[in-house]
Design a protein around this ligand. Structure first.
Ligand code: FE2
Ligand code: FE2
Length: 189
């Protein structure tokens, strides 16, 4: 699996958490919102770390246009990290906590969309398939260092298990994903 597909799988796993957070918010389920916020915080921490330490520095050297989008990406991460830091100082019962979480979700949705529709497309045409495969290995290695699940941990799961997890985790686009895409996307449960 190439690096861009792996990063997109991370995005879709987080989008699933966002969908569940929004559902919990609509039913005023503060306990579930707090649990999901902790998962969101952790996922974003791992994802922004592997992007900033491995993916962005590599992509930055590909072209001037890509460097510009990457620089914007770093600043978008920064804004979300500031908000996550502020959320950590509040309690979920607080209206401000909910407002900040909602803005974090909006920001990350916008950022992930921009990566997929602008940055990743430019990178795909500026790099080779082999380079993207090598990069995937480096992203997975860093993720494993951070103690996060990687594709290899989930690759032996059956299609039925993966589909069940993807449905529970409200992963968007799951019905058109193949086995490995599902395996890369779901949390091991
Ligand atoms: Fe990013
Ligand atoms: Fe990303």
């Amino acid at each position: 699996m190439d690096a861009l597909t792996l990063l997109t799988a991370d995005h879709n796993r987080v989008r699933g958490l966002f969908a569940r957070f929004t559902g919990a918010k609509e039913s005023d389920d503060i306990g579930t919102m707090a649990e999901l916020a902790a998962l969101i915080d952790h996922e974003l921490d791992v994802h922004t770390t592997i992007e900033e330490e491995v993916f962005y520095p590599w992509a930055h050297d590909l072209s001037e246009n890509i460097a510009e989008v990457v620089d914007e990406g770093v600043e978008e991460h920064h804004v979300v990290k500031l908000l996550l830091g502020e959320v950590a100082e509040l309690t979920p019962e607080d209206d401000e906590w909910v407002a900040k979480m909602t803005v974090i979700i909006e920001n990350v949705e916008h950022h992930a969309e921009e990566e997929e529709t602008e940055m990743f497309l430019q990178i795909r045409s500026a790099s080779s398939g082999d380079d993207l495969q090598d990069l995937a290995g480096r992203l997975e290695a860093r993720k494993a260092d951070l103690g996060a699940p990687v594709l290899a941990d989930k690759q032996d799961m059956t299609m039925d298990e993966l589909r069940r997890l993807a449905a529970d985790q409200e992963i968007p686009g799951r019905s058109s994903m193949d086995h490995d895409e599902l395996a890369a996307t779901v949390s091991p449960g």
